[in-house]
Design a protein around this ligand. Structure first.
Ligand code: FES
Ligand code: ZN
Length: 124
């Protein structure tokens, strides 16, 4: 079996409504992950690209989030309507969808323009 060439990790985490950080999949339906899986299969990419549901990616304030490896491109505020473009432009065409990319200044930082100051109790 050849190895997968790319992995798409799609956050499917839930938090109680009203949580200050929000969450990526409040309805627990994994709709984004399921749609990626379906559309990849339709394009014959099932054996090359894997769309995995993930736990919290710690970018909650920018969600719904996903990250594509091996290139480590992060996307935020992704909707079902964006799935075709991400697959066709980025996964197939090699050109990331810039309008959805999270800037480096937002990733793995305790504070950015989208994140309120957190207390330790809010980290969970
Ligand atoms: S809930 Fe999705 S990144 Fe945290
Ligand atoms: Zn941000």
């Amino acid at each position: 079996m050849p190895k997968f060439e790319k992995h798409i990790f799609i956050c499917g985490n839930q938090r109680p409504s009203g949580h200050p950080r929000g969450c990526c999949d409040p309805n627990a339906k994994a709709e984004l992950q399921k749609l990626f899986k379906q559309k990849l299969a339709e394009r014959g990419l099932k054996a090359k690209v894997r769309a995995n549901q993930s736990g919290c990616l710690d970018q909650c304030e920018h969600g719904p989030n996903l990250v594509v490896y091996p290139e480590a491109v992060w996307y935020g505020r992704v909707t079902l309507a964006d799935v075709d473009e991400i697959i066709d432009s980025h996964i197939i065409g090699g050109k990331p969808v810039e309008r959805l990319m999270l800037p480096d200044s937002c990733i793995n930082t305790p504070a950015c323009e989208h994140k309120p100051r957190r207390t330790p109790a809010q980290e969970a």
